[in-house]
Design a protein around this ligand. Structure first.
Ligand code: PEP
Ligand code: MG
Length: 577
């Protein structure tokens, strides 16, 4: 057997299919293109802009009908790029300069993409791909180049970069996997693939050139392995793995309606992290008991202007209703850090994660915050809504939040709008400061939800997105565990509930330790729920407390994880199927 090509597995699962080279190179088409008169080239570009807009609108419409909101939002951004008057102006002048419509279009898009590429912010840099995608789409129209032809079988999309529109425009069941030469975990094509659970490997560099159209490919999105033109032995090895994958999926599906309860009867609520109200249905299929984190910033990011109270009310109400009596925790806008919002015009910052973000913006901009609070309070009439504020560092912040909630209620009453008085108000504990002063903060709120994604980066001073220091980003680091334990203890002493909505909650070993600490809710991306549930059902709360006591005596995060692995490996949960 040959050595597999190893990249970075970003979406797990094993996929088998025929390679489809999706990042089309237009050089050959451009060389064969004969431009017409200056006026003809300009009108070809104008016609292409109209046709591509119409085509995008049709795809967006289809995606919306299929409730693929995130993907629709990405293509909506593309549509805006196509219709951007600056883009049209730029294309016009580039065609004037080079005399060719397709070349002028590509030049204009590349020029704008380069501006994005130079930005240090990874999010904006990734948008350069979207701009090139848009440029290629328009140029292809003029050149008469068709989008990839899809046959009857499943394909593995391969390319140095793949335009997000290629993935978004294809039916899910036809894409078995995605391979990218470059790309980052936050690039839009990966976001789309994640929403569809398509196994994905990226970062194989120029080895992407080894793949030819139609090659048979096996891809392992967990390990990051790619096998091109597998041998019979490799095929049968992976076939066994695929069978195991199917059995495991069926096994997990059977857990859906069982409660997350320990052998001695301690119940934990398992809820889902969502980005739009449309994610709730999918979350429920994994057995989520409501929503522990609705990242409302996606409501803001999916819009080109500040969403109105009414727009927000509709989105929150839909999520609350879909939760059908289970809790729906709506986090107020967490913009900033790695989630910019162009229309807020926030000036570039040296340290965005330590900057003007989240609650800091909300407390500064009542014109943004009050409509959001009002929308959440109104949505509370349709089920069990809760409001949660991110990035808290002090008591004074939560006192100001509570005052604004009161103000929102007075204004709603004055406006004759009905709202719920039972909406719980909680905070995310995601800064070391909040964890340390949790005994003080607990006086003012109904719950804590520990946001370990940020808590770990701030506690350990480790950038959560920096691959070079990823080994330092360890949820089992004793400093992190102490802050988490202290937070849960403060909540228990005050008689309020404590949950966790950071990624740590989706780690089955961590779940046992958190159970030992007395946590009562764990919120995670929905596909992780069955594994965590199975682990909880395999232990007793006494066992969890004993393991916690052992772990809290240890000095190294790596040692703690290894110990938990050893102790829990033989339990029912990790025995698999
Ligand atoms: C967190 O910080 O743990 C969290 C859940 O929020 P986000 O990942 O959106 O920052
Ligand atoms: Mg956070």
């Amino acid at each position: 057997m040959s050595e597999p090509i190893r990249g970075k597995g970003v979406i797990s699962g094993i996929a088998v299919g025929q390679a489809l080279l999706a990042g089309q190179n237009l050089d050959g088409y451009l060389a064969a293109y004969h431009p017409g008169s200056a006026a003809e080239e300009q009108s070809k570009a104008e016609a292409a802009l109209v046709a591509v807009t119409e085509n995008l609108l049709a795809t967006i419409e289809r995606l919306r009908r299929e409730e693929q909101a995130e993907q629709a939002a990405i293509l909506e951004a593309h549509r805006m790029m196509v219709q951007d008057p600056m883009m049209a102006e730029n294309i016009k002048s580039k065609i004037e300069a080079c005399g060719s419509a397709p070349q002028g279009i590509l030049d204009a898009a590349n020029e704008q993409a380069k501006i994005f590429e130079q930005m240090e912010d990874e999010y904006f840099a990734a948008r350069a791909v979207d701009l090139r995608d848009v440029g290629k789409r328009i140029a292809k129209y003029v050149l008469g180049v068709k989008e990839p032809e899809i046959g009857a079988g499943q394909v593995i999309l391969c390319g140095e970069e793949i335009e997000p529109s290629v993935v978004a425009g294809m039916p899910t069941e036809q894409i078995a996997g995605v391979i990218l030469g470059s790309g980052s975990a936050t690039s839009h094509v990966v976001i789309i693939a994640k929403a569809r659970a398509i196994p994905t490997v990226l970062g194989i560099g120029d080895k992407i050139d080894l793949i030819q159209d139609g090659d048979e490919i096996i891809l392992d999105g967990s390990r990051g392995d790619i096998i091109i033109r597998p041998t019979e032995a490799e095929r049968s090895l992976y076939q066994t793995k695929i069978e195991e994958q199917k059995k495991l999926a069926a096994h997990y599906a059977a857990l859906k309606d069982l409660p997350a309860v320990t052998k001695d009867g301690v119940r934990i609520e398992l809820t889902a992290n969502i980005g739009t109200h449309m994610d709730v249905d999918n979350a429920l299929t994994y057995g989520a008991e409501g929503v522990g984190l609705f990242r409302s910033e996606f409501v803001f990011m999916g819009s080109t202007t500040i969403p109105t109270e009414e727009d927000q009310f509709k989105a929150y109400r839909a999520a609350v209703e879909k939760c059908g009596g289970h809790i729906c925790v709506i986090r107020t806008m967490d913009i900033g850090g790695d989630k910019p919002l162009p229309y807020l015009n926030i000036a570039p910052e040296e340290n965005p994660f330590l900057g003007y973000r989240a609650l800091r913006i909300s407390l500064d901009r009542h014109d943004l915050f009050l409509p959001q609070i009002k929308a959440i309070l109104r949505a509370g009439l349709y089920g069990k809504a809760a409001m949660m504020v991110p990035m808290v560092i002090s008591v004074s912040e939560i006192q100001r939040v509570l005052k604004l909630v009161e103000q929102a209620k007075v204004e709603l009453a004055h406006e004759g709008k009905e709202y719920s008085d039972d909406v719980q108000i909680g905070i995310m504990v995601e800064t070391p400061a909040a964890a340390v002063v949790s005994p003080l903060l607990s006086q003012y709120v109904d719950f804590f939800s520990i946001g370990t994604n940020d808590l770990i980066q701030y506690t350990l001073a480790v950038d959560r997105g920096n691959a070079q220091i990823a080994h330092l980003y360890n949820p089992f680091n004793p400093a992190v565990l102490r802050l988490v334990q202290g937070t849960i203890q403060s909540a228990r002493e005050r008689g309020i509930w404590a949950g966790m909505c950071g990624e740590m909650a989706s780690d089955p070993y961590a779940a046992v330790i958190l159970l030992g600490m007395g946590i009562t809710e764990l919120s995670m991306s929905a596909p992780s729920i069955p594994r965590v549930k199975e682990m909880i059902r395999s232990v007793t709360s006494t066992q969890a407390k004993e393991l916690l006591a052992d772990v809290m005596k240890m000095e190294h995060g790596v040692e703690i994880r290894a110990y938990l692995h050893k102790m829990l490996e033989s339990s029912d949960a990790s025995a698999g199927v």
